[in-house]
Design a protein around this ligand. Structure first.
Ligand SMILES: NC(=O)C1=CN([C@@H]2O[C@H](COP(=O)(O)OP(=O)(O)OC[C@H]3O[C@@H](n4cnc5c(N)ncnc54)[C@H](OP(=O)(O)O)[C@@H]3O)[C@@H](O)[C@H]2O)C=CC1
Ligand SMILES: Cc1cn([C@H]2C[C@H](O)[C@@H](COP(=O)(O)OP(=O)(O)O[C@H]3O[C@@H](C)C(=O)[C@@H](O)[C@H]3O)O2)c(=O)[nH]c1=O
Length: 291
């Protein structure tokens, strides 16, 4: 099977390049080969590679910057995935795409299910939601994995930012009123591979089985079990790294940012767990990652 993987230099893309190896021939492309802001190029690369599976972790992920660059964020996060889905349908291929907890307004404390009402509070979240809708409307077989608070040992992420700041400062002030589940990029990649291996087992040598995608495709929440706040996440990071730095809880109002963030961002991964098995607890995954 030929797999086109986008954003191979990103946190999730980097891990996916390894996790997808067992499934087929991975053609990994970066921004230089396929720029998602250039829709003609997106189309041309897919037509050239002719994959049976497109896996798209590439995205505009700069949450604050998106507030001042909405057109670019929407092109990359909504229009480009829409083109990928259209091309996937033409080829009879499957599209695996990633989305975010930020599609929800975050006004309710409980864990959100896939069917709960969306309502993003920032441009990034709105652009990701538009991407989900473009894919769903395309008629292509697809999987949309909504994840949250992704970190890893490479790229730009909260874990690496906090490790750097904790080494530079005596004290870190971190918001304690935004709730969510930090998720290791490797968890996202390995779970994607597990799902695809199951899909593959129902297909034939010619490719995937359309019936399986009808029944099992669509949106899944894929985030660590358990919940915390950015403050709680920082405490765990600093403690596990053994850095002597005080972590002080603050309110969101004390840390003003261009983009608003949802207050409650916990996703329920129940649908995924029932069909596809285990996702680790956030503390267990953080320990493994930092080891
Ligand atoms: N990071 C997080 O906390 C969360 C992420 N998600 C979603 O998960 C997915 C993976 O995110 P993650 O790996 O963390 O993201 P990263 O920011 O680590 O990586 C994004 C990747 O997209 C690439 N990219 C950005 N713009 C373009 C472009 N115009 N053309 C081609 N490639 C581009 C980047 O390339 P370059 O290196 O050249 O910039 C990078 O390789 C995304 O869909 C994201 O929305 C969901 C929830 C949380
Ligand atoms: C650096 C820092 C941040 N913060 C706050 C700001 C913000 O409210 C919160 C999170 O910080 P960040 O800006 O790093 O996180 P943010 O970019 O909002 O992270 C989001 O990224 C996108 C891509 C997603 O899809 C989401 O799931 C989520 O992971 O922590 C502090 O309170 N103290 C600090 O020292």
């Amino acid at each position: 099977m030929k797999i086109l993987l986008t954003g191979c230099g990103g946190q999730v893309g980097y891990e996916l390049e390894r996790s997808l190896q067992g499934l087929g021939e991975v053609v990994a492309v970066d921004r230089a080969r396929m720029d998602l802001s250039n829709l003609d190029q997106v189309r041309a690369v897919i037509r050239d590679v002719r994959p049976q599976l497109i896996v798209n972790p590439a995205a505009y992920t700069a949450v604050d910057k998106a507030e001042s660059e909405p057109a670019l964020a929407f092109r990359i996060n909504a229009e480009a995935p829409g083109v990928m889905a259209e091309e996937a349908r033409r080829l009879g291929a499957v599209l695996v795409h990633y989305s975010t907890d930020y599609v929800f307004p975050g006004t309710e404390p409980g864990a959100r299910a896939e069917t709960d009402a969306t309502g993003p509070v920032n441009v990034y979240g709105a652009s990701k939601l538009a991407g989900e809708r473009a894919i769903a409307a395309s008629g292509a077989a697809h999987l949309i994995l909504r994840t949250s608070w992704v970190y890893g040992m490479r790229g730009r992420n909260f874990l690496l930012t906090m490790l750097r700041l904790a080494r530079e400062r005596d004290e870190l002030r971190v918001v304690a009123d935004q709730h969510g589940a930090p998720t290791w990029s490797r968890t996202v990649a390995d779970t994607t591979a597990t799902i695809l291996a199951q899909a593959r087992a129902h297909g034939s040598s010619a490719g995937f089985d359309a019936g399986w995608w009808q029944e099992c495709g669509g949106i899944y929440h894929l985030s660590s079990q358990g919940r915390t706040t950015w403050f709680g996440f920082t405490q765990a990071i600093v403690e596990q790294a053994g850095i002597d730095c005080r972590v002080v809880p603050i309110a969101s109002a004390e840390y003003p940012t261009p983009a608003r963030r949802p207050q409650y961002s916990v996703l329920s991964s129940r649908r995924l767990l029932e069909r596809f098995g285990h996702v680790p607890d956030w503390q267990e995954a953080l320990r493994l990652c930092m080891q």
